[in-house]
Design a protein around this ligand. Sequence first.
Ligand SMILES: [Zn+2]
Length: 389
Amino acid sequence: MKSSIYTYPWDLADEGLDAALDNIQHVAGLDDVALATSYHTATYFLPHNPKRKLYYGEDGMTLFQADPARYESTAIRPRVSEVVDSPDYLQRQAERIRERGLSLTAWIVYAYDHYLARTYPDLAQQDALGNRHLSHLCVGAPDVRQYFLTLTEDILERLNPDAVHLESLNFLPFGHGFSNPKVLTPITPWCSFLMGLCMCDHCIEVASADGLDGEALRSDVARYLNAELPKLPSQAEAVQQVTPTRLAAAFGGQLRAFLEVRSGIASSLFEDVVRTIRSHGDIAVQADHLDQDDELALGLSVERVAPLIDRSVTGPNPEEIKPMKRRLTTGAKMIVQVSPSAFGSSNALSDTLTACIRGGAGGFAFYNYGLMRVDHLRWLGQAKGLWKE
Ligand SMILES: [Zn+2]
């Protein structure tokens, strides 16, 4: 059974590569490192990092020395992280991981990138009212699609990973990536949903090419939001969730049709990226949020995308593992993501891991090497019999 740990390269570098990998391999007893290769904004408390206990991270970066010449087929140029101090920074880590007999998962964050969205606002998601959402790129924009394919190629060639973990290779919902949000009066679930739909020129163009009147829908949604957002929501609207019935009826059926188009946009990119990965050999594909509940918010069609993945990541809820596996219907392994630091004791952690295995877990991915204390790594070591059997 796979036992992986999400890891930031700066934690390996700051601690010393072999010392950190000793912790992962021998103290925690794990067999895979999911190494971040491109990442999003965050502020980190790093309890066992000898050089930075607190790290105000960058707001979007690659964790390897990307060569700008490689990206000439897209308008987007990646920003290399400040922590990358040599041309082979990440390759050296990847090689050492593999030399030690650990497997390597390349953890790639795609659309969620404040830096790129702010640097290329024309390529950021845009709602019907024309607001750019400056925390994520639109997966319908041709430059973004090309950038993601090139980024994937670049990472595969550099790191030669055993698996790839795909994160945010999809649309992102309203509010995702707000920093210090000042949203003090409620926005109804329905209006939030509409505000989260990218209706940028690229997305509208695809819809129009598919036979919809994309411009008319965008105007209708804008008119509706302009009328609704200033008003205090009724009690009924405040709690009413987005339902299939409401979707089918909204905007004369045009919204439902647009959602189909949007699903095609996101799912076809996912397919293209997976095709790129497969062309590099026998590499496992892992993705999270592959649940029908997320389908509307992210735009991915579970039906199209699920057959392409080998592993789906889910939370540590033993009762939900098998039902989710059945919904995927493709035999993908369910990898349970667990934060050991969320548990009060080694026994509490072991009990949950045991229950997850009984519930159908096909592996674990622990979150996250730099963010947990060494005690938590020891707890994993005490539990390692669960995945080493
Ligand atoms: Zn768009």
